[in-house]
Design a protein around this ligand. Structure first.
Ligand code: DP6
Length: 330
């Protein structure tokens, strides 16, 4: 085994993944399209455990540690060993990244970095497709934090159970930035996995949600191809609210939007009326991600800072993904 450290950052979807077609094989029910960010990066190292070890030693220096992470990490390492000729126990350490389980894509960043580090440590293939495919087994959205820029994960690409995400445009495409309005960074009461399972199993709108997904993906790709920011924004906002509508119709209902989330959405609308190029997206938590053009980033940041209930505003840019490069590995 080779001691390896890698970093990965969150990604935010403009066309969202919400629902699995196969829970065991971690195959999404819908295609998704996202932007991989340049931070905040989580750092994950994987190294061989000492000869006395009787199991893996996982130390997660993130607070608070989301309940499913330990079990998922254990299952993930078992899967890595099943695919490798190396069978030894590992010491895994993670630190940094966004606040966990708050709808800030911390698990996407964590499993992307873990997939990268453990692939290298256990001698598994390091091509982006294979690493992304492995990351998906930790958390489906993690597959999208492996490649950089604007990324697609499409279950139609699955073959023999393998499915990785790939870049469709580089990070610089259209000169976009992401302003994150943090409303409440504490853990959400119902995590994404449970929330999407409830939605699939109980929401009468889940079928309608999946029926729209492929068309939304096609329209988003066309808007990106044409460099049409306004069209991309319309599709992303509609797709986001369709996802939340399907979740709100679950039994029991899932409401991830807080009062300050709605105030932030209204502010995005008024900033647009004032002539700024920006649109919102919201994941399984109350945080609002505002995608804007680089030239408007300061004004959008100032605009979001003034929203009642917004605690913090962060600015991120599209990033390179988690692929191992000499200066990102040790
Ligand atoms: C709302 O990838 O966290 O952020 O695959 O069960 O781990 P699991 O779920 P996860 O779900 C992310 C859902 C989302 C939308 C998205 O990122 O596409």
């Amino acid at each position: 085994m080779i001691r390896t450290t890698t970093r990965a950052a969150p990604n935010f979807a403009l066309v969202k993944y919400w629902g699995k077609a196969d829970d065991e094989a971690m195959i999404p029910a819908v295609p998704s399209l996202s932007i991989t960010l340049d931070g905040p990066e989580i750092e994950v190292s994987v190294e061989p455990a000492g000869s006395e070890a009787t199991g893996d030693d996982v130390s997660l220096d993130v607070a608070p540690v989301p309940e499913p992470w330990r079990d998922r990490t254990q299952r993930f390492l078992d899967l890595v060993r099943a695919r490798s000729e190396e069978t030894g126990w590992a010491v895994v350490k993670a630190r940094g990244g966004p606040p966990p389980a708050a709808g800030l894509a911390s698990s996407a960043a964590y499993f992307a970095a873990l997939a990268q580090a453990s692939s290298r440590a256990y001698g598994l293939p390091l091509d982006p497709e294979s690493v992304s495919d492995l990351a998906r087994m930790g958390s489906v959205s993690a597959a999208r934090s492996v490649p950089g820029g604007i990324v697609v994960l499409d279950p139609a690409d699955a073959s023999s159970g393998r499915l990785g995400a790939h870049t469709i445009f580089p990070p610089t495409h259209m000169g976009m930035a992401v302003v994150v309005a943090v409303v409440d960074p504490s853990m959400k009461p119902v995590g994404s996995s449970e929330g999407m399972r409830l939605t699939r199993d109980t929401s009468p709108y889940f079928e309608a949600w999946t029926a729209c997904a492929r068309e939304d993906l096609g329209r988003a790709r066309d808007a990106l191809e044409a460099g049409d920011f306004a069209a991309l924004g319309r599709i992303a906002e509609t797709n986001c609210l369709r996802m939340h509508a399907s979740a709100m119709a679950a039994d029991p209902p899932l409401v991830y939007l807080a009062p300050a989330t709605l105030a932030a959405l209204a502010r995005v609308h008024s900033l647009r009326q004032e002539g700024l190029s920006c649109f919102f997206t919201v994941d399984a938590g109350p945080q609002v991600k505002v995608v804007c053009l680089e030239e408007d980033v300061e004004s959008v940041r100032d605009g979001m800072q003034g929203v009642t209930g917004v605690q913090d505003v962060l600015v991120q840019r599209p990033g390179p993904g988690s692929l191992i490069s000499p200066d990102r590995e040790s």
